[in-house]
Write a protein that binds this ligand. Sequence first.
Ligand code: UDP
Length: 239
Amino acid sequence: MEKKELLYEGKAKKLYTTTNEDELIAEFKDDLTAFNAEKKGSEQGKGALNCKISTELFALLEESGLKTHLVKTLDDNHQLVKKVDIILIEVVVRNTATGSLSKRLGIEDGKVLPFTLVEFYLKDDDLNDPIIIDDHCIILELVKDRAILDILRQKGLHVNRILKEFFEKRDLNLIDFKVEFGIDKNGEILLSDEISPDSCRFWDMQSGESLDKDRFRQNIGNVKVAYEEVLKRILGDAK
Ligand code: UDP
């Protein structure tokens, strides 16, 4: 399968059309951005690491019965994916308070939440991805009815159930993550975009160290080493 035209370029990926109108090629870039692209950087090999990590996690989720847009991996940093209309809602799932949740509500950083929290954010860089409630989703016509919002919550929780346990067995604490969904030509809701250390927070169970994009956000360094460690644990044996 070959790339035809560049359809879209985002912060971390490019999407190309292919000879099959129902499929696109996603290219994972080495670019890193944070704080709505106010902070920019690049790490050679980051795109390939995220492509591999995301492929492994999407395959795991497919096995658990969750439909995803992934068709197959083409090479180090390209995936063949089903073409979908992306729902402009970022579904954030949190097990432990940190990041914007702690900042906004003053919840102690690192506090384990009494239940898994699912939040919706508007996918709109110009507006700085504001947090939204169900009524906003309907008013903005982000989905056609409220039932879809419940499906997104259920799917977000499904991803969490599978990944939290998977990473626990690999000594990584899944703190929170963001997922996106799209609707394919048959009207099916598919997990789309990526799941990687760019979109998740992982804390090492022993040291508490961040092995994710917080290393870039907070200038901790060794970003690529951390992403490599996440991949190593994914591919390694479970406890
Ligand atoms: N996240 C993301 N893209 C975004 C915003 C958040 O992938 O545009 C992820 C982020 O990596 C974290 C989770 O969603 O795993 C929750 O992020 P939070 O709301 O705490 O935002 P931040 O502190 O990054 O501003």
